[in-house]
Design a protein around this ligand. Structure first.
Ligand code: ADP
Ligand code: ZN
Length: 760
């Protein structure tokens, strides 16, 4: 608990009261809903010894003493004069969180300005809390005193037989088992229970087993010198038994995964476990297979697991039966008993940040956990986040460079295609320029495969009236609707509002309303028209909705049945297909001009990553990048595979404007149904922030409030403000102070997003 929370919640007696205070067993608990606590409760004698930190309890709350589930965060005997309410019952037979994990949740609550109970619920999956996949069952047995006088009871024959059967059994039986064994109905058994002749005990039993498929053992590659040097560095850290963060900056195809695998082998040899975090989208069969072919027991945690599968995995991990956990963001909370190593692959990926409370970043949580457990953290990327890069420059992280691809594979040849010139020269209205078309034809003739990236889904990305200028927008959001040809609907990509595509302008009724803008569906149509005999698959969140469709598409591309794979950023990450000889970026500028200080970084990462999908086999690769801004430094750097150049150009800009990695940011978002009220509330909070900064003479400043770039979402107006400054602790102090006793207004919500990754 931080000082502020203490001040707010601690109602302990003043020190001068203490001499009269009596030693009592006190449990401190938090709730996952308001009022969040922490609150102190008295532990009645009957529950002493059964309560420990990390278990759930039932505690009475408020005037009405409504009984609510609470998380115990500490128990101790201490003097207290206060009259405390009593804990009612204990829910869990064992702690759901170890002391170390409990400390981690407390840190998350503190760091990300969220209630402790919410942080705990992020760590313990719902399936574990609900004990999904397990069932309460009653087990019957015969008490010893009854067994001793079994023949003297004078019971009806059916009851007598059932009782004798049970007494003869070597283990407790369920009522159904007993009825079966004694050839009777439930009636006689119920009668025995009523008479108190049998003991009944309720136990939780795990139902069924989930299979973890095994893979044939994979080949062990001989590391090249750069890989070996990287592995040696990780090994030295492992041997030192101290924490260190190693940033493996390896170009695409430099063999980073093989380094992770070797390091993990080392960890497992010492009976410890490893966690490997990857972006959700990279949890492909290929990733799974790569780890399963090298380790005995690998748990793959992805978002499509059922609650009962999650519970099952959690238990096996906690029992130490799993060597390697591969998973998305939340796998950082895997309850490994003896963690030896954490790896974050593609550490720059935005999916490591959670966009609901607690808004944690898995990289920061991993860093904290690795520090606590005194183990190495390995971050890997071809395009490290500037936050990580700066920490490497400052010596906080150890940097390991892998500047070359494995097996002397060359970098792909990259070229920019200036769309401005294409437009004027050819008057082409399609998505594919002539040079790209020609390159595609050549690649196909040479039996190669092609990846085309377009980071926009749908068919037409805007519907606009050329007569009056009206843009068809969502009813609920300040977002233009996208026309989807599959299903023929105009859809809001933020709230899924759908209407039939208007045949004329809804404002002025002009019949010539225009469907413009390029989405993946339109690109697919164009590719099929240009290359009618070539099989092509589109991969975006629309076409990949059915479970397994992602896997299926990738498998047919791997097998060579599909020659052209086109899609959104889904196809840019982590895929390793040796036969891809051409990558085309349809429009590199889609994210370049977004109102977000990371726009250039995102563009650089996306283009570099997708370019890295080619030239991974024996054959050389080629990359064509279509853009309206070929001279933009981010695009130039991506074309030259030059991270150093990108970082050197971008860091001074971040410094100048006081953005990360040089300063910290906390974003305030206020949403409400009435615009004026929303703005006023944002004003109120930012005024308080400024007052606190002034009062404490902090080195911090507030930008805004202003309407957020997405100014209306799901019917709510949105205002935002940025709190910036070099000290995260000071910023948190300011935010906390601004939030104290804010008026509660119906339907008006506000959040703080610490280290935001999106400013939209
Ligand atoms: P990265 O993650 O850096 O993009 P990968 O780990 O996916 O690179 O490796 C790229 C390809 O090179 C993979 O097919 C992998 O099996 C292969 N590879 C990795 N290390 C070696 C090596 N030492 N010798 C030969 N091939 C290797
Ligand atoms: Zn909408």
């Amino acid at each position: 608990m931080n000082q502020e929370q203490k001040r707010l919640f601690d109602t302990d007696p003043a020190p001068w009261d203490l001499d009269e205070a009596e030693e009592k067993c006190v449990a401190t608990v938090v709730f996952s809903e308001p009022p969040f606590g922490p609150f102190d409760y008295l532990v009645p004698t009957r529950l002493q010894g059964r309560i420990e930190a990390g278990r759930r309890l039932q505690a009475p709350l408020g005037r009405g003493n409504r009984v609510v589930t609470a998380y115990c965060v500490s128990v101790e005997f201490r003097p207290t004069t206060r009259r405390l309410k009593e804990i009612r019952t204990v829910i869990d037979d064992a702690a759901l969180l170890s002391p170390a994990m409990l400390r981690l949740t407390s840190w998350i609550a503190e760091q990300y300005l969220c209630p402790w109970g919410k942080a705990i619920e992020a760590v313990v999956p719902a399936g574990v809390r609900g004990q999904a996949g397990s069932r309460e069952m009653t087990f019957l047995s015969v008490p010893r005193n009854v067994a001793a006088k079994l023949t003297t009871l004078k019971l009806p024959p059916k009851q007598q037989e059932a009782l004798e059967r049970l007494a003869a059994s070597t283990r407790a039986m369920t009522p159904a088992e007993l009825a079966d064994a004694a050839h009777c109905t439930m009636g006689p058994i119920a009668a025995l229970r009523k008479k108190g002749l049998v003991d009944a005990e309720v136990r939780r039993v795990q139902q069924g087993d989930h299979e973890i498929p095994s893979e044939p053992p994979g080949e062990k590659l001989t590391l090249n010198p750069a890989q070996q040097a990287a592995l040696d560095a990780i090994r030295r850290t492992l041997d030192s038994a101290k924490h260190e963060t190693l940033l493996v900056h390896g170009v695409t195809g430099s063999g980073k995964t093989e380094i992770y695998i070797r390091a993990i082998e080392e960890v497992i040899r010492f009976g410890r476990q490893a966690i490997v975090l990857v972006p959700e989208i990279s949890l492909t069969p290929q990733t799974r297979q790569r780890f399963r072919s090298r380790f005995q027991s690998v748990a793959v945690l992805h978002s499509r697991l059922t609650p009962s599968e999650r519970h099952w995995h959690w238990q096996r991990i906690a029992e130490g039966k799993i060597e390697v956990i591969v998973g998305a963001r939340s796998a950082i909370f895997a309850p490994t008993p003896n963690l030896g190593l954490i790896v974050l692959d593609e550490e720059h990926d935005a999916s490591f940040k959670q966009d609901s409370e607690p808004r944690y970043h898995a990289r920061e949580v991993a860093l904290r956990r690795a520090q606590e457990e005194q183990i190495p953290l390995v971050l890997g990327s071809a395009t490290p986040a500037l936050e990580s890069w700066q920490r490497a420059l400052s010596g906080q992280f150890r940097r390991i460079d892998l500047p070359l691809r494995v097996a002397d594979r060359p970098f792909p040849l990259t070229e920019a295609i200036d769309l401005r010139a294409e437009f004027t020269h050819q008057g082409s209205r399609g998505a594919i320029s002539r040079p790209l078309h020609n390159a595609m034809r050549t690649a196909l003739e040479d039996e190669g495969q092609i990846i085309l990236l377009l980071n926009r889904r749908g068919f037409s990305t805007n519907i606009q009236c050329p007569a009056c200028g009206h843009v068809v927008k969502c009813d609920q959001c300040d977002i233009a609707l996208t026309h989807h040809r599959d299903g023929d609907q105009a859809i809001c990509h933020y709230c899924d509002y759908r209407i039939p595509p208007p045949p004329s302008c809804p404002e002025c009724q002009f019949a010539g309303i225009r469907y413009g803008g390029l989405g993946t569906q339109r690109l697919e149509t164009e590719v099929k028209a240009r290359f009618p005999d070539t099989s092509c698959v589109r991969m975006d969140s629309d076409s990949m909705q059915k479970p397994g469709s992602h896997e299926k598409a990738l498998a047919s591309f791997r097998a060579g049945d599909v020659r052209i794979l086109l899609g959104t950023q889904m196809i840019a990450k982590g895929l390793d297909f040796p036969n891809v000889t051409l990558v085309g970026v349809i429009n590199a500028d889609t994210s370049l001009h977004l109102p977000d200080f990371r726009a250039a970084e995102r563009t650089f990462q996306l283009v570099t990553q997708v370019a890295g999908r080619t030239g991974r086999g024996a054959r050389a690769g080629r990359v064509l990048v279509q853009t309206f801004s070929p001279e933009h430094p981010a695009i130039q750097a991506a074309l030259q595979h030059d991270y150093y150049r990108f970082a050197a150009g971008e860091l001074p800009i971040r410094k100048e404007f006081g953005y990360p990695p040089f300063e910290q940011v906390i974003r305030l978002i206020v949403r409400g149904p009435i615009e004026e009220q929303t703005e006023q509330f944002a004003d109120l909070i930012t005024d308080r922030m400024r007052a606190r900064i002034e009062d404490q003479q902090f080195d911090a400043r507030v930008m805004g409030p202003a309407p957020a770039p997405i100014s209306r979402l799901r019917g709510k107006f949105r205002y935002h403000a940025l709190l910036q400054g070099p000290s995260g602790d000071q910023l948190r102090d300011v935010a906390r102070h601004a939030a104290i006793d804010l008026p509660v207004i119906d339907e008006l919500q506000w959040i703080f997003d610490v280290d935001p990754t999106s400013l939209l």
